[in-house]
Unconditional design. Structure first.
Length: 435
Protein backbone atom coordinates (compact mmCIF):
# COMPACT_ATOMS: atom_id res chain seq x y z
CA UNK A 1 0.00 0.00 0.00
CA UNK A 2 1.39 3.41 -1.00
CA UNK A 3 2.42 5.82 1.72
CA UNK A 4 0.88 9.29 1.88
CA UNK A 5 4.03 10.84 0.39
CA UNK A 6 4.09 8.32 -2.47
CA UNK A 7 0.40 8.89 -3.17
CA UNK A 8 0.92 12.63 -3.16
CA UNK A 9 3.83 12.25 -5.60
CA UNK A 10 1.56 10.36 -8.00
CA UNK A 11 -1.09 13.08 -7.78
CA UNK A 12 1.48 15.81 -8.43
CA UNK A 13 2.91 14.06 -11.49
CA UNK A 14 -0.61 13.65 -12.89
CA UNK A 15 -1.54 17.29 -12.23
CA UNK A 16 1.54 19.07 -13.58
CA UNK A 17 0.70 18.54 -17.29
CA UNK A 18 -2.66 20.22 -16.76
CA UNK A 19 -1.05 23.41 -15.43
CA UNK A 20 1.65 23.33 -18.11
CA UNK A 21 -0.93 23.03 -20.87
CA UNK A 22 -3.07 25.86 -19.49
CA UNK A 23 -0.08 28.20 -19.44
CA UNK A 24 1.27 27.16 -22.83
CA UNK A 25 -1.91 26.92 -24.88
CA UNK A 26 -4.38 29.16 -23.04
CA UNK A 27 -2.21 31.71 -21.21
CA UNK A 28 -3.84 34.70 -22.92
CA UNK A 29 -7.43 33.50 -22.45
CA UNK A 30 -9.33 35.65 -19.97
CA UNK A 31 -11.07 34.24 -16.92
CA UNK A 32 -13.01 37.17 -15.57
CA UNK A 33 -10.82 40.27 -15.88
CA UNK A 34 -7.43 38.53 -15.87
CA UNK A 35 -5.72 35.99 -18.09
CA UNK A 36 -4.90 32.40 -17.26
CA UNK A 37 -1.22 33.31 -17.29
CA UNK A 38 -1.76 36.07 -14.73
CA UNK A 39 -3.85 33.84 -12.47
CA UNK A 40 -1.33 30.99 -12.48
CA UNK A 41 1.80 33.08 -12.94
CA UNK A 42 1.97 34.96 -9.66
CA UNK A 43 -0.55 37.72 -10.50
CA UNK A 44 2.24 39.54 -12.34
CA UNK A 45 1.25 42.95 -13.67
CA UNK A 46 -2.33 42.90 -12.36
CA UNK A 47 -3.21 46.45 -11.32
CA UNK A 48 -4.92 45.78 -8.01
CA UNK A 49 -2.97 47.64 -5.33
CA UNK A 50 -2.79 51.36 -4.58
CA UNK A 51 0.09 53.23 -2.93
CA UNK A 52 1.38 56.78 -3.16
CA UNK A 53 4.67 56.02 -1.42
CA UNK A 54 6.54 54.73 -4.47
CA UNK A 55 6.03 53.80 -8.10
CA UNK A 56 8.24 51.74 -10.39
CA UNK A 57 8.59 53.73 -13.60
CA UNK A 58 9.84 51.51 -16.46
CA UNK A 59 12.02 54.32 -17.78
CA UNK A 60 13.00 56.24 -14.65
CA UNK A 61 13.19 53.45 -12.10
CA UNK A 62 11.72 53.74 -8.64
CA UNK A 63 10.07 57.05 -7.82
CA UNK A 64 9.59 57.96 -4.19
CA UNK A 65 6.62 60.29 -3.81
CA UNK A 66 7.03 61.19 -7.47
CA UNK A 67 10.77 61.95 -7.27
CA UNK A 68 13.49 59.90 -8.93
CA UNK A 69 16.39 58.63 -6.81
CA UNK A 70 18.75 61.41 -7.99
CA UNK A 71 16.06 64.00 -7.23
CA UNK A 72 15.53 62.54 -3.75
CA UNK A 73 19.24 62.53 -3.02
CA UNK A 74 19.51 66.14 -4.15
CA UNK A 75 16.41 67.47 -2.37
CA UNK A 76 16.72 66.04 1.15
CA UNK A 77 18.88 67.59 3.89
CA UNK A 78 22.28 65.97 4.47
CA UNK A 79 24.54 65.82 7.53
CA UNK A 80 27.42 68.30 7.32
CA UNK A 81 30.12 67.15 4.92
CA UNK A 82 28.18 64.09 3.74
CA UNK A 83 27.01 63.15 0.25
CA UNK A 84 23.78 61.34 1.18
CA UNK A 85 20.68 62.49 3.06
CA UNK A 86 19.51 61.77 6.57
CA UNK A 87 17.40 58.60 6.64
CA UNK A 88 15.23 60.43 9.18
CA UNK A 89 14.41 63.14 6.63
CA UNK A 90 13.59 60.46 4.09
CA UNK A 91 11.08 58.92 6.55
CA UNK A 92 9.42 62.35 6.86
CA UNK A 93 9.34 62.62 3.06
CA UNK A 94 7.83 59.16 2.47
CA UNK A 95 5.09 59.75 5.00
CA UNK A 96 4.10 63.25 3.90
CA UNK A 97 5.33 63.73 0.34
CA UNK A 98 6.91 67.00 1.51
CA UNK A 99 10.65 67.61 1.56
CA UNK A 100 11.57 68.50 5.16
CA UNK A 101 13.84 71.40 5.97
CA UNK A 102 16.88 71.06 8.22
CA UNK A 103 14.95 71.84 11.41
CA UNK A 104 12.18 69.35 10.65
CA UNK A 105 14.75 66.69 9.80
CA UNK A 106 16.74 67.21 13.00
CA UNK A 107 13.53 66.91 15.03
CA UNK A 108 13.11 63.40 13.57
CA UNK A 109 16.79 62.65 14.30
CA UNK A 110 16.22 63.50 17.96
CA UNK A 111 12.95 61.56 18.08
CA UNK A 112 14.66 58.45 16.71
CA UNK A 113 17.41 58.74 19.32
CA UNK A 114 14.79 58.60 22.09
CA UNK A 115 13.21 55.50 20.56
CA UNK A 116 16.24 53.53 19.40
CA UNK A 117 17.12 51.59 22.56
CA UNK A 118 16.78 47.83 21.99
CA UNK A 119 14.93 46.16 24.89
CA UNK A 120 16.92 43.68 26.95
CA UNK A 121 14.36 40.94 26.28
CA UNK A 122 15.14 41.23 22.54
CA UNK A 123 18.82 40.70 23.32
CA UNK A 124 17.86 37.70 25.45
CA UNK A 125 15.84 36.22 22.58
CA UNK A 126 18.75 36.66 20.17
CA UNK A 127 21.26 35.18 22.58
CA UNK A 128 19.03 32.15 23.19
CA UNK A 129 19.16 31.23 19.50
CA UNK A 130 21.91 28.93 18.16
CA UNK A 131 24.77 31.04 16.83
CA UNK A 132 24.60 29.33 13.44
CA UNK A 133 21.01 30.54 12.99
CA UNK A 134 20.66 32.58 9.80
CA UNK A 135 20.83 36.33 10.57
CA UNK A 136 17.53 36.94 8.77
CA UNK A 137 15.86 34.43 11.09
CA UNK A 138 17.32 36.32 14.04
CA UNK A 139 16.25 39.66 12.57
CA UNK A 140 12.67 38.56 11.95
CA UNK A 141 12.44 36.92 15.39
CA UNK A 142 13.72 40.09 17.04
CA UNK A 143 11.06 42.16 15.29
CA UNK A 144 8.34 39.70 16.26
CA UNK A 145 9.50 39.58 19.87
CA UNK A 146 8.97 43.34 20.18
CA UNK A 147 5.27 42.90 19.40
CA UNK A 148 4.60 42.84 23.15
CA UNK A 149 5.21 46.60 23.11
CA UNK A 150 2.91 47.35 20.18
CA UNK A 151 0.92 50.52 20.72
CA UNK A 152 -1.50 49.51 17.94
CA UNK A 153 -2.28 46.18 19.62
CA UNK A 154 -3.01 48.00 22.87
CA UNK A 155 -5.13 50.56 21.00
CA UNK A 156 -7.18 47.77 19.43
CA UNK A 157 -7.67 45.97 22.73
CA UNK A 158 -8.91 49.15 24.37
CA UNK A 159 -11.53 49.81 21.70
CA UNK A 160 -10.80 50.17 18.00
CA UNK A 161 -11.52 53.52 16.36
CA UNK A 162 -11.03 53.25 12.60
CA UNK A 163 -10.45 56.96 12.06
CA UNK A 164 -7.66 57.10 14.64
CA UNK A 165 -6.03 53.76 13.86
CA UNK A 166 -3.17 55.34 11.94
CA UNK A 167 -1.84 57.09 15.05
CA UNK A 168 -0.69 53.98 16.96
CA UNK A 169 0.42 52.38 13.67
CA UNK A 170 2.62 55.43 13.08
CA UNK A 171 4.05 55.11 16.60
CA UNK A 172 4.85 51.41 16.10
CA UNK A 173 6.38 52.09 12.70
CA UNK A 174 8.57 54.89 14.05
CA UNK A 175 9.65 52.79 17.03
CA UNK A 176 10.63 49.97 14.69
CA UNK A 177 12.64 52.07 12.25
CA UNK A 178 14.52 53.69 15.12
CA UNK A 179 15.38 50.31 16.69
CA UNK A 180 16.15 48.19 13.63
CA UNK A 181 19.71 49.47 13.03
CA UNK A 182 20.60 48.61 16.63
CA UNK A 183 19.06 45.15 16.31
CA UNK A 184 20.90 44.52 13.04
CA UNK A 185 24.23 45.73 14.43
CA UNK A 186 23.81 43.55 17.54
CA UNK A 187 23.20 40.46 15.41
CA UNK A 188 26.25 41.24 13.29
CA UNK A 189 28.62 41.81 16.19
CA UNK A 190 27.29 38.77 18.05
CA UNK A 191 27.66 36.41 15.10
CA UNK A 192 30.70 37.70 13.27
CA UNK A 193 32.74 39.95 15.58
CA UNK A 194 33.37 37.83 18.62
CA UNK A 195 30.27 38.98 20.48
CA UNK A 196 31.98 42.32 21.15
CA UNK A 197 29.43 45.14 20.97
CA UNK A 198 29.71 48.88 20.43
CA UNK A 199 27.25 51.16 22.29
CA UNK A 200 25.23 53.74 20.39
CA UNK A 201 26.64 57.23 19.97
CA UNK A 202 24.02 59.84 20.85
CA UNK A 203 25.73 62.45 18.69
CA UNK A 204 25.04 60.54 15.47
CA UNK A 205 22.09 60.21 13.11
CA UNK A 206 20.66 56.80 12.13
CA UNK A 207 23.12 56.13 9.29
CA UNK A 208 26.14 57.36 11.22
CA UNK A 209 25.20 55.45 14.35
CA UNK A 210 24.63 52.25 12.41
CA UNK A 211 28.13 52.43 10.91
CA UNK A 212 29.51 53.20 14.38
CA UNK A 213 27.76 50.21 16.02
CA UNK A 214 28.90 47.95 13.20
CA UNK A 215 32.47 49.09 13.74
CA UNK A 216 32.90 50.23 10.13
CA UNK A 217 34.87 53.36 9.19
CA UNK A 218 33.75 56.45 7.29
CA UNK A 219 32.44 56.81 4.68
CA UNK A 220 30.44 53.68 5.53
CA UNK A 221 28.00 56.00 7.29
CA UNK A 222 27.16 57.39 3.84
CA UNK A 223 26.95 53.85 2.49
CA UNK A 224 24.30 53.14 5.13
CA UNK A 225 22.31 56.27 4.32
CA UNK A 226 22.39 55.54 0.59
CA UNK A 227 21.69 51.82 0.97
CA UNK A 228 18.73 52.22 3.31
CA UNK A 229 17.14 54.87 1.09
CA UNK A 230 17.50 53.11 -2.26
CA UNK A 231 16.27 49.79 -0.84
CA UNK A 232 13.34 51.28 1.09
CA UNK A 233 10.41 50.55 -1.20
CA UNK A 234 9.59 49.15 -4.63
CA UNK A 235 5.85 49.62 -5.08
CA UNK A 236 3.38 47.43 -3.20
CA UNK A 237 3.59 44.32 -5.35
CA UNK A 238 7.01 42.87 -4.57
CA UNK A 239 7.07 40.09 -1.99
CA UNK A 240 8.31 41.99 1.07
CA UNK A 241 6.07 45.01 0.48
CA UNK A 242 3.04 42.93 -0.42
CA UNK A 243 3.47 40.50 2.47
CA UNK A 244 3.71 43.39 4.93
CA UNK A 245 0.60 45.02 3.44
CA UNK A 246 -1.28 41.72 3.34
CA UNK A 247 -0.70 40.91 7.00
CA UNK A 248 -1.44 44.48 8.07
CA UNK A 249 -4.74 44.31 6.17
CA UNK A 250 -5.96 41.87 8.83
CA UNK A 251 -5.42 44.70 11.37
CA UNK A 252 -2.23 43.02 12.52
CA UNK A 253 0.19 45.51 14.03
CA UNK A 254 3.45 46.69 12.48
CA UNK A 255 5.54 44.03 14.25
CA UNK A 256 3.55 41.07 12.92
CA UNK A 257 3.39 42.71 9.50
CA UNK A 258 7.04 43.64 9.12
CA UNK A 259 8.19 40.24 10.37
CA UNK A 260 6.13 38.65 7.58
CA UNK A 261 7.67 41.00 5.02
CA UNK A 262 11.18 40.18 6.23
CA UNK A 263 10.46 36.48 5.90
CA UNK A 264 9.54 37.08 2.26
CA UNK A 265 12.63 39.23 1.75
CA UNK A 266 14.78 36.30 2.87
CA UNK A 267 13.78 34.28 -0.21
CA UNK A 268 16.38 33.55 -2.91
CA UNK A 269 14.17 35.18 -5.56
CA UNK A 270 13.94 38.43 -3.60
CA UNK A 271 16.38 39.94 -1.10
CA UNK A 272 18.92 37.12 -1.29
CA UNK A 273 19.81 38.00 -4.87
CA UNK A 274 22.53 40.53 -3.98
CA UNK A 275 24.70 37.95 -2.26
CA UNK A 276 24.15 35.47 -5.09
CA UNK A 277 25.48 38.00 -7.59
CA UNK A 278 28.60 38.71 -5.53
CA UNK A 279 29.28 34.99 -5.12
CA UNK A 280 29.02 34.56 -8.87
CA UNK A 281 31.35 37.50 -9.59
CA UNK A 282 33.96 36.22 -7.16
CA UNK A 283 33.66 32.74 -8.63
CA UNK A 284 34.32 34.08 -12.12
CA UNK A 285 37.26 36.15 -10.86
CA UNK A 286 38.70 33.01 -9.30
CA UNK A 287 38.36 31.17 -12.63
CA UNK A 288 40.34 33.99 -14.22
CA UNK A 289 43.01 33.88 -11.48
CA UNK A 290 42.01 37.34 -10.27
CA UNK A 291 43.01 38.96 -13.55
CA UNK A 292 40.79 41.69 -14.97
CA UNK A 293 39.87 40.48 -18.45
CA UNK A 294 40.02 42.75 -21.46
CA UNK A 295 36.73 43.71 -23.10
CA UNK A 296 37.23 41.01 -25.73
CA UNK A 297 37.98 38.38 -23.10
CA UNK A 298 34.94 39.43 -21.10
CA UNK A 299 32.74 39.32 -24.19
CA UNK A 300 33.89 35.77 -24.90
CA UNK A 301 33.22 34.74 -21.31
CA UNK A 302 29.72 36.26 -21.36
CA UNK A 303 28.85 34.58 -24.65
CA UNK A 304 30.19 31.24 -23.40
CA UNK A 305 28.07 31.62 -20.25
CA UNK A 306 24.89 32.43 -22.20
CA UNK A 307 25.48 29.69 -24.79
CA UNK A 308 25.81 27.13 -22.00
CA UNK A 309 22.27 27.97 -20.90
CA UNK A 310 23.26 30.06 -17.88
CA UNK A 311 22.32 33.67 -17.14
CA UNK A 312 24.37 36.69 -16.11
CA UNK A 313 23.25 37.37 -12.53
CA UNK A 314 22.26 40.94 -11.73
CA UNK A 315 21.08 41.77 -15.24
CA UNK A 316 17.46 42.18 -16.27
CA UNK A 317 14.38 43.38 -14.41
CA UNK A 318 10.70 42.51 -14.70
CA UNK A 319 9.65 46.15 -15.15
CA UNK A 320 12.65 48.42 -15.79
CA UNK A 321 13.70 49.14 -19.34
CA UNK A 322 16.94 50.97 -18.55
CA UNK A 323 19.79 50.71 -16.04
CA UNK A 324 18.41 50.55 -12.52
CA UNK A 325 18.99 53.98 -10.88
CA UNK A 326 19.76 52.12 -7.64
CA UNK A 327 22.66 50.49 -9.49
CA UNK A 328 23.83 53.88 -10.75
CA UNK A 329 23.67 55.44 -7.28
CA UNK A 330 25.99 52.75 -5.95
CA UNK A 331 28.21 52.92 -9.03
CA UNK A 332 28.70 56.65 -8.52
CA UNK A 333 29.73 55.98 -4.92
CA UNK A 334 32.24 53.36 -6.11
CA UNK A 335 33.70 55.66 -8.74
CA UNK A 336 34.35 58.24 -6.03
CA UNK A 337 35.50 56.05 -3.14
CA UNK A 338 36.81 52.76 -4.55
CA UNK A 339 37.64 53.25 -8.25
CA UNK A 340 40.61 50.86 -8.11
CA UNK A 341 38.93 48.05 -6.21
CA UNK A 342 39.39 44.81 -8.20
CA UNK A 343 35.81 43.60 -7.70
CA UNK A 344 34.41 46.96 -8.77
CA UNK A 345 36.69 46.91 -11.82
CA UNK A 346 35.28 43.51 -12.73
CA UNK A 347 31.69 44.70 -12.24
CA UNK A 348 32.45 47.74 -14.41
CA UNK A 349 33.86 45.55 -17.16
CA UNK A 350 30.68 43.48 -17.11
CA UNK A 351 28.67 46.72 -17.34
CA UNK A 352 30.71 47.66 -20.43
CA UNK A 353 29.89 44.49 -22.37
CA UNK A 354 26.81 42.67 -21.03
CA UNK A 355 23.99 45.01 -22.19
CA UNK A 356 25.10 44.96 -25.86
CA UNK A 357 25.49 41.18 -25.79
CA UNK A 358 22.06 40.64 -24.23
CA UNK A 359 20.51 42.94 -26.84
CA UNK A 360 22.24 40.97 -29.59
CA UNK A 361 21.10 37.69 -28.06
CA UNK A 362 17.55 39.07 -28.09
CA UNK A 363 16.14 37.11 -25.16
CA UNK A 364 16.23 39.74 -22.40
CA UNK A 365 13.53 42.43 -22.36
CA UNK A 366 15.84 44.53 -20.23
CA UNK A 367 19.58 44.01 -20.82
CA UNK A 368 20.61 46.49 -18.13
CA UNK A 369 21.98 45.82 -14.63
CA UNK A 370 19.68 45.95 -11.63
CA UNK A 371 20.47 46.96 -8.06
CA UNK A 372 21.85 43.52 -7.15
CA UNK A 373 24.65 43.75 -9.73
CA UNK A 374 26.42 46.33 -7.57
CA UNK A 375 25.17 45.91 -4.00
CA UNK A 376 27.64 43.43 -2.59
CA UNK A 377 30.75 45.17 -3.95
CA UNK A 378 30.62 48.08 -1.53
CA UNK A 379 29.82 45.91 1.48
CA UNK A 380 32.76 43.63 0.73
CA UNK A 381 35.12 46.57 0.23
CA UNK A 382 34.38 47.97 3.69
CA UNK A 383 34.98 44.63 5.37
CA UNK A 384 31.43 43.36 5.60
CA UNK A 385 32.19 40.03 3.94
CA UNK A 386 29.53 37.84 5.52
CA UNK A 387 27.12 37.18 2.64
CA UNK A 388 24.28 36.03 4.86
CA UNK A 389 24.09 39.44 6.52
CA UNK A 390 23.49 41.38 3.30
CA UNK A 391 19.75 40.70 3.34
CA UNK A 392 19.53 42.07 6.89
CA UNK A 393 20.89 45.37 5.53
CA UNK A 394 18.23 45.19 2.82
CA UNK A 395 15.63 44.54 5.52
CA UNK A 396 16.55 47.64 7.53
CA UNK A 397 16.04 49.75 4.41
CA UNK A 398 12.93 47.97 3.20
CA UNK A 399 11.25 48.53 6.55
CA UNK A 400 11.18 52.28 5.90
CA UNK A 401 9.02 51.99 2.81
CA UNK A 402 6.69 49.20 3.91
CA UNK A 403 6.03 50.78 7.29
CA UNK A 404 5.17 54.08 5.62
CA UNK A 405 2.75 52.13 3.42
CA UNK A 406 0.91 50.36 6.22
CA UNK A 407 0.63 53.59 8.19
CA UNK A 408 -1.25 55.04 5.23
CA UNK A 409 -3.22 51.80 4.82
CA UNK A 410 -4.61 52.33 8.32
CA UNK A 411 -5.20 56.03 7.70
CA UNK A 412 -7.31 55.28 4.62
CA UNK A 413 -9.08 52.31 6.18
CA UNK A 414 -8.04 49.80 3.55
CA UNK A 415 -9.93 46.53 4.06
CA UNK A 416 -8.59 43.04 4.52
CA UNK A 417 -7.06 41.69 1.31
CA UNK A 418 -8.98 38.73 -0.07
CA UNK A 419 -8.59 37.72 -3.73
CA UNK A 420 -10.75 34.92 -5.12
CA UNK A 421 -9.29 31.52 -6.04
CA UNK A 422 -10.41 29.03 -8.69
CA UNK A 423 -9.78 25.31 -9.00
CA UNK A 424 -7.74 23.98 -11.93
CA UNK A 425 -10.93 22.35 -13.22
CA UNK A 426 -12.73 25.70 -13.19
CA UNK A 427 -9.92 27.25 -15.26
CA UNK A 428 -10.05 24.32 -17.68
CA UNK A 429 -13.81 24.81 -18.04
CA UNK A 430 -13.33 28.56 -18.62
CA UNK A 431 -10.93 27.97 -21.54
CA UNK A 432 -13.14 25.25 -23.06
CA UNK A 433 -11.10 22.18 -22.14
CA UNK A 434 -14.01 20.73 -20.17
CA UNK A 435 -17.73 21.08 -20.63
Amino acid sequence: MATLKEKLGEKIEAHRPRTTRLLKEYGNVKIGEVTVEQAIGGMRGIKSLVTDISYLDPNEGIRFRGKTIPEVMEALPKPAGKDYPYVEGFWYFLLTGDVPNEKETLEIVEDFKKRRGVPQYVIDVLRAMPRDTHPMTMFSAAVLSMQRDSKFAKFYDEGFNKMKAWCPMFEDATDLIAKLPGVAAYIYRMKYRGDVHIPADDSLDLGGNFAHMMGLPEPYDDVARMYFIIHSDHESGNVSAHATHLVASALSDAYYSLSAGLNGLAGPLHGLANQEVLKWIQGVMSQMDGKLPSEEEMKKFVWDTLNSGQVIPGYGHAVLRKTDPRYMSQREFCLKHLPDDPIFAFVSRLYDVVPDILREQGKAKNPWPNVDAQSGVIQWYYGLKEYDFYTVLFGVGRAIGVLANITWDRALGYPIERPKSLTTEMVEEAVGLKK
